[in-house]
Design a protein around this ligand. Structure first.
Ligand code: IMP
Length: 481
């Protein structure tokens, strides 16, 4: 037994000292950063792989704003893969495998397919793979379900189509000149090669800061575990072209978790980035990196729904954990992800100044329009459920919990949960929260004279503060309304 040197610190224990700054305007600073060794983001924000935080809607919203979402693993492989595909299809300059239907299918079938896939039109393609026409929701509006698609579609002779080489500007002009919303790409034999839609082009213009892959699609990560179907899951997620696999375990400095990093790196090579963790020490980061991890996820116990520190007595205050991990990560040039405990914009600035390249957020993004789950009303106020993934209901399901702890499996788990289930106030769109965090970051960077995130770290000098200073930091001696 020994006592570690120094004192463990977290966000509220410190402030960053301001310094002479050449930054004239907050818009001058560059917030881009590395998520993993190969994935670059435009803002340093990542959403947690929790079932009340990240499914496709959160991932799409965050990637459009320049960050990345990690789709949680607490569902079947098929459903997790479907979530990844939805993100990858959300914006696409050229959709390579557009949804299609046979000319012999019925209007009823077309209607169902459009509804299921959430699209407003389908290409009509014959058995020979050649384009026959297009059918849109407007074509079938007043048609009976039994009418064949060939009778209501716009035939290809009356369609505007393009060939492979078309560039974005020409596509835009064509769509506008003909007042159409969909531009199929075909070869000389009318074989379908892709589809360009006006909606996708508009989104590209609306979100210039979006985080995209090489093909122009939004970035997205996926979580995997270290037991059961994890390898098959990882393979399917890889096939669905997730950009990163995040190994999602409470104790990432466990031999088994380290082995899985190695296993995944061996299976997929440089084709996909693998993130190891969670760890909270220098040794943890060093060992995760030694296994080939492309980023290190740091945080044992800081999460808003986490009770690990109370239940197990284990953890490291988050700012110290980030600094420790950064020591090992900077030697290997691997980015650090600071996971958990972010409550205010200033915490993001402190985490990045301490050595993180990105921050991962759960609670702050929960309760938004984009987080999974319904809004519930309580005493006239709107809430959403948010739960730790090691909480009882997350581990055994809600139904089992209400059945009672007599049930042996529930009883067994109920003694060892390390998370809570809670309500968070409904917060509206996640975009507003992201904007607030990024504005805080830009402000912090300008106080420290940092033009980019690396400079923020280099210029950072923390000062440890007292309880009295914390009280001084928050609004005081006024009545808030
Ligand atoms: P938050 O942003 O403070 O809510 O922290 C989110 C992080 O908490 C996640 O990314 C996880 O690392 C962690 N976490 C999620 N569920 C649990 C749990 O049940 N116990 C402990 N930590 C959790």
């Amino acid at each position: 037994m020994r006592i570690a040197d120094g004192q463990g610190l977290t966000f509220d224990d410190v402030l960053l000292k301001p310094r002479l700054s050449r930054v004239r305007s907050r818009s001058e600073v560059d917030t881009s950063t590395w998520f993993t060794r190969r994935i670059r983001l435009n803002i340093p924000l990542v959403s947690s792989p929790m079932d009340t935080v990240t499914e496709h809607m959160m991932a799409i919203a965050l990637a459009r704003l320049g960050g990345i979402g990690i789709i949680h693993r607490f569902t079947s492989i098929e459903r997790q893969v479907a979530e990844i595909r939805k993100v990858k299809r959300a914006e696409n300059i050229v959709i390579r495998d557009p949804y299609s239907i046979s000319p012999d299918a019925t209007v009823g079938e077309a209607r169902r397919l459009m509804e299921e896939k959430g699209v407003s039109g389908l290409l009509v393609v014959g058995e020979d793979g050649r384009l026959k026409g297009i059918v849109t929701s407007r074509d079938i509006l007043f048609q009976g379900d039994d009418v064949p698609v060939r009778e209501v579609m716009t035939p290809r002779e009356r369609m505007v189509v393009a060939h492979e080489e078309i560039d974005l500007e020409s596509a835009k002009k064509l769509l506008w000149r003909h007042r159409v919303e969909k531009l199929p790409i075909v070869d000389e034999d009318w074989r379908v090669k892709g589809l360009i839609t006006a909606a996708d082009i508009i989104k590209k213009i609306r979100y210039p800061n979006a985080a995209r892959d090489r093909k122009g699609r939004l970035l997205v990560g996926a979580a995997v575990g270290i037991r059961g179907d994890y390898l098959e899951r990882a393979e399917k997620l890889y096939e669905a072209e997730a950009d990163a696999l995040v190994i999602d375990v409470a104790h990432g400095h466990m031999e088994r978790a380290l082995e899985v990093i190695k296993e995944l790196k061996k299976a997929f090579g440089e084709d996909i980035d693998v993130v190891g963790g969670n760890i909270a020490t220098y040794e943890g980061a060093r060992d995760v990196i030694a296994m080939g991890s492309d980023a290190v996820r740091v945080g044992i116990g800081p999460g808003s729904t986490c009770t690990t520190r109370i239940v197990a007595g284990v953890g490291v205050p988050q700012l110290t954990a980030i600094m420790e991990a950064y020591k090992a990560a900077s030697e290997a040039d691997v980015p650090v992800i600071a996971d958990g405990g972010i409550r205010n914009p200033g915490d993001v600035v402190k985490a990045l100044a301490a050595g993180a390249s990105t921050v991962m957020i759960g609670g702050l993004f929960a309760g938004t329009d984009e987080s999974p789950g319904p809004i519930v009303l309580r005493n006239g106020k709107r809430y959403k459920v948010f739960r730790g993934m090691a909480s009882l209901s997350a581990r055994v399901g809600k139904e089992a919990v209400t059945k009672g702890v007599e049930d042996t499996e529930v009883a067994e788990y109920s003694y060892s949960t390390e998370g809570v289930e809670a309500f968070v106030e409904y917060k509206g769109s996640v975009e507003d929260i992201v904007k607030r965090l990024v504005a805080g970051l830009r402000s912090g960077m300008s106080y420290l004279g940092a033009f980019d995130i690396e400079e923020l770290r280099l210029n950072a000098e923390f000062i440890v503060i007292s309880g009295a200073s914390i009280r001084e930091s928050y609004p005081h001696d006024v009545i808030l309304w």
